[in-house]
Structure formats: structure tokens, C-alpha cells
Design a protein around this ligand. Structure first.
Ligand code: PSU
Ligand code: MN
Length: 304
């Protein structure tokens, strides 16, 4: 039984039983996406924003081989402080659970676990995608495959241009994943509001997004939806500046021979170091902006 592997926190269980709005949050962003202690500050602030907006947060992680749906404060501290926690993507789940290990859930595994629990809305910073040169290396984030098949709406600030955004959008199109722009026609690129690529549809209010999710799943169209929410203007970074830093970080990863699941965390850490934490500040603000929108979508979704 699936329930044998899940520990659902009491308030999340209550929310599930009573159709209250819930927003799932990932833990790779805590353990591998941001440095300590900003990672924990950001995780707690995200939960608080969801509550202020009238939702229930459910941060997801694997602790001692158990899938936790909703973390306690000490769980959050553990995920942020312990530097040895494995980044858990879909392929890692069975081993991490059977060995009783800890695992930080990526977008892919947070979707997977949210779906197991019955949570339909999830907020993060940026999704993984097709890496630059992915047509040769075949480095395509498992996040995209999960979006293709798992029924969870993912609110994000687009994808970082450490990836090939054009190929990422092609992949999503092939797999039937709608890409929605919240208040914009342009697919955002994390630190900047416009990547130069278009979204499939622009939607200007959370109720319309909730309706689209319901219609999609009512029709039996399996898979998620990318709800791309641009970073607020006041926090947007300078395009030339951040592009140059990203190029340098991607080159450095190549030169150092960083491979596989180590690439994204390596590049993120390098960006934070090279920008004197300017990118970390932007990262936190765009996450807060995303969790706020996700709470509004979850509230509308619960009304249907
Ligand atoms: N992008 C970010 N911050 C992150 C991640 C991506 O800006 O923390 C994390 C997410 O958990 C995402 C994962 O699911 O990296 C993708 O890793 P990979 O490229 O190895 O699939
Ligand atoms: Mn990869």
C-alpha cells in the first residue's frame, strides 16, 4: 500500500479530508539550491506566506526512508543544515526508501509525492529542463518527464538560462504539457522577466488557472501544467550581467567535469558566489512571489 510509505502531517491530513487549499513545496531547493541559513529562512518564509494567503503548506522530503508530506520546524532545519542529504529524483526513490535514507525531493519527486497524497498545486523557483547541448549529452531533467505524466500544477518563474529554454519548451510541447504565462505572453527566465520565448497561453487570474487544471484532468489528460510567473519587476536582475555570470558558471562546470545530477547544484552555488548573493536575493523573492500565486490557485481549485 502506498500509504505505508507516507507520513502526512496532521494539518495536511485535515486539509486533505476537508478540501482545504494546500500548496506543496520541494526540498531540493533547501538542501541543494540555496546556501545555509538562507535556505531555511526561505523555506519557513514560504510556508508563512502560504498561511497568510489562506492555504496550508506541505513541504515534501524523505526522512529516514519515509515520505514526509508536511515538515515540522526541526525537519526543515535538518533538511537545510545537513550537507549530506541525497538529491532524490525519480530513479532514486526506491533505493532511498528501502535503505531508510534521507532524500531532498526535486520538482520531479515533489510532484510524484504530492500526487500520491492528492495535492494538486505546487510552487517552486525554477523547473529543470533540457541542458545546453542536451541534444548531445542527453541531459534532460526528470522534471520534464514528470510534468508529462503526473497531475500536479507547478508554479515557477520559468527556467534558468543555465538550460536551453527553447529545447525545454519543445520537449514540453511534445509531451502535451501546457505552459501558461501568468499576466504575460513571455516565458520568463528566472532572474529576468522575459526569456525571448513565448508561452502557449496568457492567463491573468488564479481562478482561470484553477479552471484549466480541472478541465485538463476531467478530460483525463494526464500530466502537469507549467504556470510561469515572472519575477516582480523590482527584483529583476540585469540581463547582460546575469547572462555573463551564467555562461561562466556553465563553462566552469564543464571544465571541472561536473556530471549528472551534480550540474544544477554546482551552477546554482557558483552563481550565488559570483554575484555576491545578488542572485540569491532574487531567487528568494521569486519563490515568495510563486508561493503567493500558488496559494491563490489552490484556493480557487478547492472551490471547484
Ligand atoms: N532550478 C533552480 N533551483 C533549484 C533547482 C532547479 O533554480 O533548486 C532544483 C529543483 O529541485 C529541480 C532540480 O527539480 O534542481 C533539477 O535538477 P536536474 O537538473 O538535475 O534535474
Ligand atoms: Mn540532469
Amino acid at each position: 500500500m502506498i500509504s505505508d510509505y507516507l507520513d502526512i502531517k496532521e494539518e495536511v491530513k485535515d486539509a486533505l479530508d476537508n478540501n482545504k487549499p494546500i500548496v506543496a513545496l520541494e526540498s531540493t531547493i533547501i538542501s541543494h539550491g540555496m546556501p545555509y541559513p538562507e535556505n531555511i529562512i526561505s523555506a519557513k518564509r514560504s510556508e508563512a506566506i502560504i498561511r497568510e494567503a489562506g492555504g496550508i503548506p506541505a513541504t515534501i522530503a524523505i526522512i529516514k526512508g519515509r515520505i514526509k508530506i508536511g515538515l515540522t520546524e526541526s525537519d526543515l532545519d535538518h533538511m537545510g543544515k545537513d550537507s549530506g542529504i541525497t538529491k532524490a529524483s525519480r530513479r532514486d526513490m526506491a533505493m532511498i526508501l528501502s535503505k531508510g535514507m534521507d532524500g531532498a525531493t526535486t520538482v520531479a519527486t515533489t510532484m510524484l509525492c504530492a500526487d500520491l497524497a492528492g495535492i494538486r498545486v505546487f510552487a517552486t523557483g525554477g523547473i529543470g529542463g533540457v541542458h545546453r547541448n542536451g541534444q548531445t549529452t542527453m541531459d534532460v531533467s526528470a522534471d520534464l518527464q514528470e510534468l508529462a505524466g503526473t497531475n500536479v500544477g507547478v508554479v515557477c518563474a520559468g527556467a534558468k538560462s543555465i538550460l536551453d529554454i527553447g529545447l525545454t519548451l519543445e520537449y514540453l510541447e511534445t509531451h502535451g504539457v501546457p505552459v501558461i504565462g501568468y499576466g504575460t505572453e513571455n516565458f520568463p527566465a528566472f532572474y529576468i522577466r522575459e526569456s525571448g520565448y513565448k508561452v502557449d497561453y496568457r492567463v491573468d487570474n488564479p481562478a482561470e488557472i484553477a479552471k484549466a487544471l480541472k478541465v485538463k484532468w476531467d478530460l483525463g489528460l494526464k500530466g502537469g501544467m507549467v504556470i510561469a510567473n515572472p519575477i516582480p519587476e523590482e527584483f529583476e536582475m540585469d540581463k547582460e550581467y546575469i547572462s555573463a555570470v551564467i555562461d561562466e558558471a556553465v563553462e566552469s562546470a564543464e571544465k571541472e567535469g561536473v556530471k549528472g545530477k551534480g550540474i544544477t547544484p554546482y551552477v546554482l552555488a557558483r552563481l550565488h558566489n559570483k554575484t555576491g548573493d545578488k542572485s540569491l536575493f532574487a531567487n528568494k523573492e521569486l519563490v515568495y512571489n510563486n508561493v503567493r500565486l500558488a496559494a491563490q490557485i489552490a484556493i480557487e481549485y478547492a472551490k471547484q
